[in-house]
Design a protein around this ligand. Sequence first.
Ligand code: ADP
Ligand code: ASP
Ligand code: MG
Length: 468
Amino acid sequence: MLIVMKFGGTSVGSAKRIAQAAQLAADTAAKGHQVVVVTSAMSKVTDGLIAAARQASTGQWDPRQRQDLFDRHKAVADALVAGNDTRHGELLDILRQRLDRFEKLCYGLSMVHELTPRLLDAISGMGEMLAAPLVAAAIAARGRPSTAVDATELIVTTDQFGGAEPLMDQTRAKTAARLKPAIARGEIPVVTGFIGATADGVTTTLGRGGSDYSASIVGAALDADEVWIWTDVDGVMTANPAEVSEARTLSDISYSEASELAYYGAKVLHYKTILPAFRRRIPVRILNSFNPAHPGTRVSVDGDPSASGVKAVTSIRGVILVAINGTGMQGIPGIVAKAFDVVAEQQANVLMISQASSENNICFVLSAAEAPRVAAALRSALEVELMRGNIDEITAEQQVAIVAAIGDRMRGTPGIAATVFGALGREGINVIAISQGSSERNISLVVTEDDATAAVRAIHRAFRLEQV
Ligand code: ADP
Ligand code: ASP
Ligand code: MG
């Protein structure tokens, strides 16, 4: 089998973790499989790069930031490769070269005091470019030939910096041409997650947490047999285990359940991960690099056909409720259409929409970054309605959370909504808005951020998701 393995930040967070990741890749190859690795940056490195870029753009560039990054990665090189090995010197040269570029870019930012999305991508994507050579060295130290490959040479994307989309035809051609000969020779290529490049070669990123997406893109481009996402928990669970201690691993879920879960806040998978694999029907597994014996979660077309009702509960925090309120909205045609037009024009990513049946209120949930811009555009597009009093106000202040109950077989199972609302009612949690997708795979509701954890726990308990 050809297996694409992605290691997340904590799975390559130290020399010990990188050695373990390399061992997992080498062991899989020893079983006769072909392996391609996709790696994230070491944990917290991307956050640090972004913070450094932002700070530099305010005029403050502190060269110690470069030194800290060098020290952290050099410590790994020291632990993985003996100092007198020529590969040790080569690794340090690569780290130095990449950090030179980082320093130059940050120095430039500190001069011009401006950080464009394009420059932010060039800087934030460097963590993967520092990690991949170390992972490749660790694999080579285990006797498997391995080379680091920058995904800028493989994944061709649009120029939406900060959230670029792959152009799959070009990506397939480049990835196959670059990686297939190496795979055929028995090598394990180590590809940088998170980044790609436009057709002109300008570095882009696929969005925070995007290395999962990279793995699925590379898997689809190579027609891999499976994509394995190695992370720090035992697979996709009934809820975030950091929030619900009794959460349990789901052994089998469908592509649609995985997408829905990821979209509604299960950070374990980047929300776009599933689509490239799904299009080629490539099974995806989510596995724990800290507990590799655990079978984890398998994502496939059918999921678990015997399961019923709600399978998992997720939440998205830090989002904003944009509400259009007004008793005079009843029966006035076109307000909803105008509102949707505005949202579309602003290219905002609407996480949820709800309209009260009395027509007194329409609300959207948007990210905190987009909400102010959309609210301002709505106020201007609906100026006449506001003036006439059809609309009383357009607000965008409330910081809320979306809580979602998810499962393919919620469809046609009566009483699910009653159980959800009964559970929240017993806890005294006020539901601000509700939405059920017509696919019936999801009921999502808006609560205050303070109530989110209690709401997730109450729904988890009400459906006894802790029980197998
Ligand atoms: P990686 O660095 O491997 O990409 P992430 O931190 O991005 O890892 O994702 C793994 C984390 O996702 C887990 O540690 C867990 O806290 C969180 N998480 C949120 N929801 C879920 C869920 N439903 N199942 C499993 N993990 C979840
Ligand atoms: N390193 C990137 C991030 O922190 C991508 C990833 O880890 O998936 O967002
Ligand atoms: Mg992740």
